[in-house]
Ligand binder design. Structure first.
Ligand SMILES: Cc1cc2nc3c(=O)[nH]c(=O)nc-3n(C[C@H](O)[C@H](O)[C@H](O)COP(=O)(O)OP(=O)(O)OC[C@H]3O[C@@H](n4cnc5c(N)ncnc54)[C@H](O)[C@@H]3O)c2cc1C
Length: 614
């Protein structure tokens, strides 16, 4: 399969658009940094820009063979019984942008071209000849196609495998699944880097909160898109062409070019195919072996194991798979990634893995209530926007915890690059020799301040109240007070965070005197507590004093366990068959790897329970 636009240099007309994903924003701005706008609005590229463009081209060249492999006779023979042959005439559509659950097509003879319609103009993305196949991860996930494919030769013969058969093949036929899945993932990576691919577009006013939310939602769900300022030249032209006025914003321009005015996240999720109907209209109940609530590292870990081990698995996620980890720009302590990996990339790969094994995801689909029973289906879940109840033989609750966030202006710009929620050796190294700020009056803040004071030049411990006596153990508060390079700032709150790509300074206010001061710092440690996402659970699921779910030995005496011939498994809750994994669990280690491990361990417990049904 040959690519065309994917190697072309960036069009200067896109400089007015703001990239959607962080990586895209960085690369787009990097591509033009140092460039000068000429009188005609076209950037003149300097040497470093050229070098970056060469690097981009190098990336496309290096990944070409992974993205566009040809299937050999053996692989074609494996796929043949799963599909059917079809003749495609020139111009005849194979699938259309926006279409979901598209089948997998391999070209046997002739040529097929893939294109997107951008502002009424066709952009050819790729052409595929004999032994090539078309598609990307949308095929794996069943989400909406980003582009349209049609016959290019007078007559092409293709082998078409329906979507559900393809997913089965990807699990059962490793010889064919490996090149296909690798190609799908690589094609998406290439597309995301491609500055000319329009994908979905959000048209919003600069700084609009709703526009930002759409941007964040698509970004965290890995849907290629870009954010366009409606006041830019491009934005104004789009508004005019699509008859959009200010009150229609933010608007989403879908893959087939049609605008959605002020869409809700659910509407957006429906259009892009993230929100999958769990039940048909006439159904009031749907069943599964395992319902996993929450798709952070724990839920995704559980989904990979459960689906790969043949359990009918449904994953409910209220916002975007990845959870807290998805918002971490670089996880450096996850084993196997010596130079670190972005949380988004790590969890996206896990999600694709779970898809490949057949787990069904629904996003956004918040679990609203859990009703417990003692039959084969232990639980009935009520889900946001779904009329039918989901009956599950077992449930893994992996809803994690939400760290309380500092209400300081600009804080969201520095998550993971200046604002941290733990002070480990990693963060300690990052701020060695600097002035750092720890916020919080509890033991975790005290420990962090003590720990950081070993390497940092100065630690400010910022607390809202008058002193540490009420909230911190006395031994610890004495140590903190005695440490020369820790200064306690009581009655103080951070108001503003400032910097470029990373945090550089914060502004604090003494709430008694109203005096403000600015401190230069690369790191703020926010240790003001985390709230477990458990408010939706019934009282039968016992929790500790902070709301985290109790499991294992501590719930062995719970009413639902009395008189049973087995004890609760280590991750089983006070209701048999209902498990908790990851940050939501009382006593869990609040770390990514620990959460993944607990997800897998909980699945072991699920198997034990299901065996008791036989
Ligand atoms: C900024 C940041 C950086 C971090 N960096 C690191 C690091 O470098 N290394 C490390 O090991 N750990 C790190 N952590 C901690 C790590 O991310 C967490 O320990 C881990 O994500 C916990 O995983 P989890 O699956 O248990 O919960 P979460 O990640 O919290 O995931 C829970 C998921 O459940 C969903 N959910 C909640 N309620 C519902 C509901 N009712 N219905 C459906 N879905 C629901 C949420 O939307 C979320 O996606 C970091 C955390 C943050 C916030």
């Amino acid at each position: 399969m040959a690519r065309s636009v994917w190697l072309r240099r960036k069009a200067a007309s896109e400089v007015g658009d703001r990239g959607a994903s962080r990586s895209r924003t960085q690369s787009r701005f990097a591509a033009f940094s140092g460039g000068q706008r000429g009188g005609d609005g076209v950037l003149s590229l300097n040497q470093s820009t050229m070098a970056e463009l060469d690097e981009e081209e190098q990336f496309y060249r290096d990944t070409e063979s992974i993205a566009f492999p040809k299937l050999d006779d053996r692989q074609l023979a494996m796929l043949e019984p799963l599909g059917s042959r079809r003749i495609l005439q020139r111009g005849e559509l194979l699938y259309k942008a926006g279409q979901r659950d598209i089948g997998f097509a391999t070209i046997l003879r002739g040529e097929v071209e893939v294109f997107e319609l951008r502002d009424g103009q066709e952009q050819i993305l790729a052409t595929a000849g004999p032994r090539d196949f078309v598609g990307d991860v949308a095929m794996l996930m069943g989400t909406a196609a980003l582009a349209t494919a049609r016959g290019k030769a007078d007559e092409s013969e293709i082998l078409e495998v329906p979507a559900d058969c393809l997913r089965r093949a990807l699990v059962e036929l490793p010889g064919v699944s490996e090149p296909i899945v690798r190609a799908f993932i690589m094609r998406r990576r290439r597309l995301k880097r491609d500055h000319e691919f329009a994908g979905l577009r959000i048209l919003a006013e600069d700084g609009s909160r709703d526009g930002h939310q759409l941007d964040d939602f698509l970004d965290k769900n890995h849907v290629p898109h870009r954010l366009i300022d409606f006041q830019s030249e491009h934005g104004r032209a789009l508004c005019e062409r699509l008859h959009l006025v200010r009150r229609d914003l933010p608007a989403l321009i879908t893959a087939n070019g049609l605008p959605l005015r002020r869409p809700s996240l659910r509407e957006v999720a429906q259009v892009v195919g993230l929100l999958r109907p769990l039940a048909r209209e006439e159904e009031s109940e749907v069943t599964c072996d395992l319902a996993i609530v929450g798709a952070g590292p724990a839920g995704l870990g559980a989904a990979v194991y459960a689906a790969s081990e043949g359990l009918r698995t449904v994953v409910l996620e209220s916002y975007a798979p990845g959870g807290q980890a998805g918002s971490s720009s670089l996880i450096e302590n996850f084993f196997g990634f010596p130079t670190g990996i972005s949380g988004g990339e790590l969890t996206y790969s896990a999600q694709l893995q779970a898809y490949r094994f057949g787990a069904k995801f629904s996003t956004p689909a918040q679990a609203l209530a859990l009703t417990l029973t003692d039959g084969e289906y232990r639980a009935s879940l009520q889900i946001e926007g779904c009329d039918a109840n989901l009956l599950a033989k077992c449930v893994i609750i992996a809803t994690g915890a939400e760290y309380y966030r500092l209400e300081a202006e600009g804080r969201e710009n520095f998550e993971g690059c200046g604002v941290y929620y733990a002070a480990t050796a990693l963060e300690g190294r990052l701020c060695r020799g600097s002035t750092v700020i720890v916020v919080g009056g509890g033991n975790s803040a005290g420990q962090a301040a003590m720990y950081l004071s070993e390497g940092a030049e100065k630690v400010f411990l910022v607390i809202r109240g008058d002193g540490l006596a009420k909230s911190m153990s006395s031994y610890l508060s004495r140590r903190v007070a005695a440490k020369e390079n820790i200064e306690i700032l009581s009655n103080t709150e951070i108001r503003k965070m400032m910097g470029g790509k990373v945090l550089e300074a914060v502004e604090m206010e003494n709430t008694k005197t109203r005096e403000r001061r600015t401190v230069q710092t690369p790191a703020v440690f926010s240790l003001i507590g985390a709230r477990p996402c458990t408010a939706w659970l019934p009282p039968e699921i016992e929790r500790d004093e902070k709301g985290f779910i109790k499991t294992g030995q501590p719930v062995a005496g719970s009413p639902a366990w009395r008189g049973r011939d087995r004890l609760p498994g280590p991750l089983e809750t006070s209701w048999p068959g209902i498990f908790a994994a990851g940050d939501v669990r009382s006593g869990s280690v609040k770390r990514c790897a620990a959460a993944v491990g607990e997800g897998g361990t909980a699945v072991e417990g699920v198997h034990d329970v299901l065996r008791t049904y036989k």
